[in-house]
Design a protein around this ligand. Structure first.
Ligand SMILES: [Zn+2]
Length: 335
């Protein structure tokens, strides 16, 4: 069985974008009273949006199920205020719930949170509980920077975040660390802000005691862990200089990396550096990079081809990467 632990609903019907635009228009009018409203999306539209895209690619690439969440760049936590984010997030999560209802064998839900800059993350708990308890979602995407590239909220090791961690432990759900769009022109969203977010989160974990306080808390750092595997020696050395235990002991019971790395040498490096037990298969399709690599003739994000080709991975190792590790990291996954 092949489980892709990282997919977003990037192909949602255009009504979703129209809702978001209207929401942003409303923000310009000081007398506007925001309300949740409705999307007006039919089940047929949802089917149509998936059949030619994610479902087709699952079939073509031979993956069985995708752990599916709302479009990450669309979370836009920096847009508007807490109410804006709450209304938008509820719609986005409800849409994922409908997708899973229509295709229960192909998708399992993960939620976004109604985060907003300066607003305590504990305010997101009701939506997290709704998604896990009512919708059967198995995880969440946690944005370490709701300010979209401005990094104005406290770091992930600050107690500001602890109520969410407590709830994650209680519900047995892991979080994928996932930034959203960039409001900082220095940082291209998927090319720089994403990779920065991944790398930054890892270093925040390294310098903190989060995993002493929450020994069962689990995070997935997507996009192959940002710059982390490539610079593993630097991180090992920094931990050593700080008199911290080796990384295996310090955080590898809690931190996992996905395989959203879009070329063979990158996957080779990931699988050489990071223990097999800490790697989860993912492609993020249909996502950040949509083209075909002229050097291979295949889509850049067809990551299964790279993992399959890694010679030093045994069949047992590959089974862990493709499905075994997901069951460990997502205890609520039933499949
Ligand atoms: Zn993503």
């Amino acid at each position: 069985m092949i489980i892709d632990c990282h997919g977003h609903y990037t192909t949602a019907p255009k009504e979703l974008d129209a809702y978001r635009k209207a929401q942003q228009e409303g923000l310009k009018d000081p007398n506007h009273v925001p309300s949740k409203g409705s999307l007006g999306i039919t089940d047929d539209q949802i089917r149509e949006s998936l059949e030619g895209a994610q479902l087709k690619m699952q079939r073509e690439r031979g993956s069985d199920v995708t752990i599916f969440s709302p479009r990450a760049v669309g979370m836009g936590h920096h847009i508007g205020n807490e109410t804006t984010s709450k209304n938008w997030t509820e719609h986005c999560n409800e849409l994922i719930h409908r997708v899973v209802g229509l295709y229960p064998k192909n998708f399992v839900g993960v939620c976004q949170l109604p985060q907003s800059p300066g607003v305590p993350p504990k305010n997101c708990i009701p939506e997290l509980e709704r998604c896990v308890k009512e919708f059967g979602f198995i995880g969440l995407n946690l944005n370490p920077d709701p300010a979209g590239g401005m990094w104005t909220d406290p770091p992930l090791f600050d107690r500001w975040w602890y109520p969410i961690y407590e709830k994650m432990v209680e519900l047995e759900v892991p979080a994928m660390i996932h930034v959203s769009g960039s409001s900082n022109p220095h940082f291209h969203a998927t090319g720089a802000h994403y990779i920065n977010g991944d790398t930054t989160a890892f270093m925040q974990f390294l310098t903190s005691d989060i995993f002493k306080d929450f020994p069962t808390l689990k995070f997935i750092i997507p996009h192959g862990g940002g710059a982390v595997p490539y610079h593993w020696g630097r991180y090992r050395g920094l931990a050593q200089d700080m008199k911290k235990p080796p990384l295996e002991e310090l955080l590898l019971n809690n931190v996992y990396f996905d395989t959203c790395v879009y070329h063979q040498p990158g996957i080779d490096l990931l699988t050489k550096v990071i223990p097999v037990d800490n790697i989860l298969f993912a492609s993020e399709m249909v996502g950040a990079v949509r083209g075909v690599d002229p050097r291979t003739g295949h889509n850049y994000d067809d990551t299964r081809r790279y993992v399959d080709k890694v010679e030093w991975l045994s069949a047992e190792d590959k089974e862990k990467i493709y499905s075994g590790n997901v069951r460990k990291v997502f205890p609520r996954f039933k499949g």
